[in-house]
Design a protein around this ligand. Structure first.
Ligand code: NDP
Length: 245
């Protein structure tokens, strides 16, 4: 069996940089047609153009139902369908719990958790009709272990784990498989604010002895999106160099 996604259509949220961009590149490399979105629509179009292979970029805030519905309609119109959905868009607003503003709680939960719900709700309809689909949610080891100063982010990422398992059960009979990938520390814009001291602490606690790269996560997503994973659903694949075990 080969890892071949020729002819499949994938939609990746937050595909303009970091992990999402690497996932888009991996999907294109495996032959998939890729649609990607971000709030910055012109950046999405520019990144999609550079990906080639007919990739297209769209503006969408995944936390807003009307925008998500319009995005899914647009992608289905442009590409004919959506076979693979990667719920990757996410961000942080870190603080100790007693300092987190209500708006920072809501915005993190809206993008990281509600965004995955909205995207799945609309994109799954076509998958259900065609009796084939893959949803991969990007969670985090922080959703499993917690992390100081990240209660909003940890709650959103833990929520994604429960969401993944429940939706896997909702859609299994329609051959729509739903899994999550939980990255450890990956060097991207999201983590660029981490101090050198904190990075060293992380390194000292990663058995494989290096920080993660976006391609490490993209490989796991590619596997879960492919026929190689056709008997796997409702699982969380931790990709963290052994940091959490
Ligand atoms: P980046 O900040 O590098 O990229 C985030 C992407 O998401 C951008 O394309 C951004 O574009 C988009 N995005 C953010 N908010 C929204 C929104 N509301 N609607 C649509 N798109 C949005 O992050 P990473 O690549 O590091 O992270 C990707 C995912 O991996 C996130 O879910 C993150 O939580 C998770 N993760 C990352 C880890 C790491 O160490 N880096 C570890 C564990 C998990 P724009 O701003 O234009 O909207």
């Amino acid at each position: 069996m080969k890892l071949d996604l020729s002819g499949k259509v994938a939609l990746v949220t937050g595909g303009t940089r970091g992990i999402g961009h690497s996932i888009c590149r991996a999907l294109v490399g495996a032959g998939a047609h890729v649609a990607l979105c971000a709030r910055d629509g012109s950046k999405a179009e520019q990144v999609a153009g550079a990906l080639g292979h007919g990739a297209r970029g769209y503006a969408c805030d995944v936390g807003l139902a009307a925008q998500v519905e319009a995005l899914v309609d647009g992608v289905e119109k442009d590409f004919g369908r959506i076979d693979i959905l990667v719920n990757n868009a996410g961000f942080t607003r870190d603080n100790l719990v007693f300092r987190i503003k209500e708006t920072d709680w809501d915005s993190v939960l809206d993008t990281n958790l509600k965004g995955a719900f909205l995207m799945t709700k609309y994109a799954a309809r076509g998958m259900i009709k065609r009796r084939w689909g893959r949803v991969v949610n990007i969670s985090s080891v922080v959703g499993i272990n917690g992390n100081k100063g990240q209660s909003n982010y940890a709650a959103s990422k833990a929520g994604l784990v429960g969401f993944t398992k429940a939706v896997a059960k909702d859609l299994a009979s329609r051959n729509v498989l739903v899994n999550a990938v939980a990255p450890g520390y990956i060097d991207t814009e999201l983590t660029s604010g981490i101090s050198a001291e904190a990075k060293q602490y992380l390194l000292d606690n990663i058995p494989l002895g290096r920080l993660g790269e976006a391609t490490d996560i993209a490989s796991a997503v590619l596997f879960l999106a492919s026929d190689l994973a056709s008997y796997i659903t409702g699982q969380v694949l931790v990709v963290d160099g052994g940091m959490v075990m």
